[in-house]
Design a protein around this ligand. Structure first.
Ligand SMILES: Nc1ncnc2c1ncn2[C@@H]1O[C@H](COP(=O)(O)OP(=O)(O)O)[C@@H](O)[C@H]1O
Ligand code: SF4
Ligand SMILES: [Mg+2]
Length: 332
């Protein structure tokens, strides 16, 4: 694999509350190479979006962000907003969950693509940028591209709107795209099409893709590497096949056990008992301990660090002793 384009070390994000700071991201490490597709998976509230907003410099100024985010060897944390603006959209861009809120309702779809191009390349004429917009619409498979560029966001279906957002995200050929649950708001039938489009475009342009999702089913067909997040920390990292075949962290196993079975059986959907903590209520020790049937004194006192294991990394005191494949009956 090539040297990482994006290298995130000990990333921490804390928010002020009336009772002091609460940490929503607690020491995240990951890297992403050119052309790599990495998925960040975890239940809602685990810190996925905050992690990636911190990487993009998109958090409110009250958020306390520490650690290191290196892009192509250059530190991004702490650089002035004016410089981050040059990075965002040109080097790294983001696709959000809801395309309607990502788009400006009073500008045509084409105008928004033109704007995205000309912010970073003011030397490009409006006419050329418009031609580029039409070409981009074609590349994201929007039919009748010449006509569609002059339409407003409300004239597009949800799936087509997300294609417009993707056209904007790829307009300047970024090296990295971060897609935060990009298909969650779409009909199931168009979800797969939009994901495939995103993956194919990244593959063609050799763009690194971070795909955030709460759905491990999405990960299987899309990603090469997976990072599983729980309560602000990554608890397991592995190549996708290894994760599906031999997940070691009890939380990952719970997520895998919670996947609907091919037989149509959905009785295992609630396999992980209990609910995840919020940033303000993360337990001491292993954050997963109140929900883990293997938890003991050590788990309740000491937070396990990520350690190399089987081609991946796991943060569990007992990862080495838990059987690899016994997914049944572990969760109350
Ligand atoms: N502005 C904020 N102030 C305080 N806490 C926040 C703020 N934004 C998010 N959080 C907390 O950070 C945690 C992680 O949120 P988020 O990254 O949005 O989760 P995910 O994307 O995994 O669903 C949540 O517990 C949430 O309550
Ligand atoms: S460290 Fe302990 S509580 Fe945490 S996942 Fe491993 S066994 Fe369970
Ligand atoms: Mg989120």
């Amino acid at each position: 694999m090539e040297k990482p384009l994006l290298n995130v070390r000990d990333l921490r994000v804390a928010f002020p509350t009336p009772t002091g700071y609460v940490e929503a991201v607690r020491g995240v490490n990951f890297s992403l190479a050119r052309s790599e597709v990495m998925s960040l998976v975890g239940e809602s509230g685990s810190g996925k979006s905050i992690t990636m907003r911190a990487v993009m410099g998109l958090l409110p100024p009250t958020a306390l962000v520490t650690g290191s985010v290196k892009f192509d060897g250059r530190e991004l944390l702490g650089v002035p907003e004016s410089e981050m603006r040059r990075v965002r959209g040109a080097k790294m861009s983001m696709v959000f969950q809801d395309p309607l809120t990502a788009l400006n309702p009073v500008l045509t779809a084409g105008e928004q693509v033109v704007e995205a191009i000309r912010i970073h390349h003011p030397e490009v004429s409006s006419k050329t940028a418009r031609e580029m917009a039409i070409e981009l619409f074609r590349s994201v498979a929007i039919p009748y591209a010449e006509k569609r560029v002059d339409q407003y966001p409300h004239e597009f279906s949800g799936g087509m709107r997300q294609r417009v957002v993707i056209a904007i995200a790829i307009a300047n050929r970024p090296d990295v795209i971060i897609a935060d649950e990009p298909t969650t708001a779409l009909d199931v039938t168009v979800q797969a099409q939009v994901l495939e489009l995103l993956r194919d475009l990244c593959d063609k342009n050799r763009t690194g893709l971070v795909l955030i999702t709460h759905d491990l089913g999405v990960v299987a067909g899309m990603a090469e590497n997976v990072s599983v997040m729980y309560a602000g920390s990554i608890v397991e990292q592995a190549p996708v096949d290894e994760l599906f075949e031999g997940a070691r962290h009890p939380y990952t196993r719970g997520l895998l056990g919670a996947l609907p079975q091919i037989t149509g059986e959905i009785s295992r959907l609630n396999d992980i008992g209990g609910t995840p903590p919020t940033a303000a209520t993360i337990p001491v020790g292993c954050a997963f301990n109140p929900r883990c049937v293997f938890a003991d004194e050590l788990c309740r006192e000491v937070k396990p660090e990520l350690r190399s294991f089987n081609g991946g990394e796991v943060a569990c005191h007992y990862a080495h002793t838990l059987p690899a494949h016994e997914l049944q009956g572990e969760f109350a």
